[in-house]
Design a protein around this ligand. Structure first.
Ligand code: HEC
Ligand code: HEC
Ligand code: HEC
Ligand code: HEC
Length: 463
């Protein structure tokens, strides 16, 4: 068993909002500790992992009991790698080389002080492969380059047997073979694991090719259909004679004969390779792939659970301390009433009592309480969807939000309502669209969300 990850593990984005930095870096350290507990053999270094800066990641590396791999994050002046470019591991009785590649993008990710560049793959891969080819029976690449580039890498370097792509690529992608390289990917956010069971022949170092078998069957089918058509023409007599006065028909007939000869040759060739393959089948490598969803009902590993719990409560503590500091530092008072264009849900009661009563019965009205029950009400990562979101933009605003704007209030869906509450006829309240809901009911947090079904359950306007 070899646990690998292509990176983008620590942060979702390449830039951290300054007022969320502390909570996000504590989360990143928790993730690293959990991965260390889970005995990961290697993790690729993606651009997002550099979001808190190169020095932060170098410090994280010291605390990880697995290597962070990047063959192309180089010291700008000396062109030496900042992290291990590869690692060699013995698993299943064979030597496996694992190389890491960091996706390229805007240079602004790294600061002048970092003295670092992300080099093109063309510059570093040939050297890596030359070094590893004789020392390993299998070469794996952890790449956060986009899919199109990984294909190009596979076409250029058939010595790489497996590419696990990650970074900002989306969704589960079953293995696809390009030349002699399998490329596969697991969806983000730890929602699934990919289980790739490999039977590797160190002798041939080649994947078997189920494709040519199908191809032979296709060609034989086409040959049968063609033979049947040709016979129909022949039933009229010898075609050269029978269609003497119909040159277009004769031309179609002759084209069919030519195609038949071509097919015959192809079938002979494919049968020969097929037979050779049967003989050497035992020498070829095969795989089975499966994606396993990390469902909520799967049991937790107690040691990892403890790390997650310690991390989330530390994150909440940081948010709480920030609220305290803000109250004593700036105003000396917690924020009392809603600000700006927002009125707060209570302000709507006087004129829309039925809607208010209905809303009180929905989960939206207790969304903030849900976070409180989890001890996460000060986690800036959770708040945007569990409060009257648009009323607060920055982390500080979210943490300082007035009580009446906590929960997913009326104005989450109907927009800021202060003006409307004062002059209902002059300033109309907004109506939500599907996009309004999807800001929170996004794939990441609610992948089964169905707009019309959800709307029918909501029935805000109906009586
Ligand atoms: C002072 C009374 C009053 C208050 C307070 C008030 N509304 Fe209204 N609201 C009205 C009236 C009256 C209408 C009907 C206006 C119209 O049809 O021209 C209305 C209509 C609406 C509509 C339907 C709009 C449409 O075009 O169909 C929505 C949604 C709405 N209000 C939401 C809110 C929200 C949210 C709040 C609290 C932030 C709120 N209202 C506060 C009086 C009020
Ligand atoms: C500001 C974020 C936000 C917006 C906007 C939002 N929701 Fe929700 N919704 C939530 C949260 C958070 C919960 C879960 C609350 C809890 O359990 O504490 C939820 C729960 C629900 C539920 C009940 C959950 C269930 O599966 O039983 C329904 C139904 C729902 N939302 C429908 C909608 C619809 C329809 C819209 C758009 C018209 C919408 N929501 C807009 C955040 C939002
Ligand atoms: C992008 C919006 C979004 C963010 C960010 C978000 N949530 Fe939610 N959350 C939702 C929605 C939508 C639902 C309701 C959908 C459902 O019940 O599956 C929900 C439901 C929940 C629930 C109740 C259902 C359950 O899964 O048990 C809990 C608990 C919860 N969220 C906790 C959190 C915590 C903790 C965080 C931060 C780490 C967070 N949420 C961040 C949108 C979000
Ligand atoms: C999760 C989103 C959401 C929230 C929260 C929400 N509404 Fe609505 N509201 C809707 C939708 C969607 C409609 C359109 C009617 C429908 O299909 O239910 C609507 C319709 C209305 C209407 C128009 C009624 C009519 O007859 O056309 C009013 C008034 C209203 N809402 C007021 C409120 C008030 C007041 C609150 C808070 C107490 C609130 N809404 C909270 C989504 C929401």
């Amino acid at each position: 068993m070899l646990a690998l990850d292509s990176g983008a593990l620590l942060f979702k984005d390449e830039k951290l909002p300054q007022d969320q930095r502390e909570q996000l870096t504590v989360t990143a350290q928790g993730i690293t500790a959990a991965y260390s507990k889970m005995s990961f053999a290697a993790v690729g270094l993606a651009r997002q992992d550099l979001a808190a800066g190169l020095p932060f990641l170098l410090a994280v590396q010291k605390k990880s009991n697995f290597p962070w791999l990047s063959a192309n994050l180089l010291n700008r002046t000396e062109r030496k790698t900042w992290f291990k470019p590869h690692t060699l591991i013995t698993a299943g009785g064979m030597r496996i080389a694992i190389i890491g590649l960091t996706g390229q993008g805007p240079d602004s990710l790294l600061t002048e002080k970092d003295n670092a560049v992300i080099a093109p793959w063309e510059e570093v891969l040939p050297k890596e492969i030359a070094q590893l080819r004789s020392r390993a029976e299998m070469i794996i690449l952890l790449s956060s380059f986009p899919a199109a580039i990984n294909r190009k890498i596979a076409e250029t370097h058939p010595e790489i047997h497996l590419i696990l792509q990650g970074g900002s690529n989306q969704g589960n992608i079953p293995p696809e073979r390009v030349n002699n390289t399998l490329i596969t990917q697991v969806e983000g956010q730890g929602k699934s694991v990919g289980i790739l069971e490999v039977h590797w022949s160190a002798q041939s170092k080649r994947w078997e090719d189920p494709g040519s078998e199908n191809l032979l069957a296709d060609k034989k089918n086409e040959m049968d259909r063609l033979g049947w058509q040709i016979n129909r023409y022949r039933r009229q007599g010898e075609p050269e004679q029978a269609f003497k006065n119909q040159p277009e028909v004769l031309e179609v007939y002759n084209d069919m004969l030519a195609r038949q000869r071509l097919l015959e040759e192809e079938i002979v060739r494919l049968t020969a390779t097929q037979n050779a393959r049967e003989a050497s089948r035992k020498r070829l490598s095969s795989y089975r792939n499966q994606f396993e969803a990390m469902r909520k009902d799967l049991p937790d590993n107690p040691a990892v659970r403890a790390i997650v719990d310690a991390t989330t409560s530390e994150v909440n503590r940081i948010g709480k301390a920030a609220v305290k500091a803000r109250i004593s530092g700036i105003t000396g008072q917690p924020q009392e009433g809603p600000t700006g264009n927002y009125a707060g849900s209570t302000a709507c009661t006087s004129c829309h009592a039925p809607q208010f009563a209905k809303w009180r019965g929905t989960q939206h009205a207790t969304a903030y309480d849900t976070l409180e029950a989890k001890g996460q009400q000060f986690n800036v990562q959770c708040l945007p969807c569990h409060i009257t979101g648009p009323a607060a933009q920055t982390g500080q605003e979210m943490l300082a939000l007035a009580h009446d704007l906590r929960q997913v209030g009326c104005e989450s869906c109907h927009g800021p309502g202060r003006a409307h509450a004062l002059q209902p006829a002059a300033a109309k309240a907004g109506q939500p669209t599907m996009a309004t809901c999807q800001r929170c009911h996004s794939g990441e947090h609610d992948d089964r969300f169905n707009f019309s079904e959800a709307l029918s359950r909501l029935r805000c306007g109906a009586d």
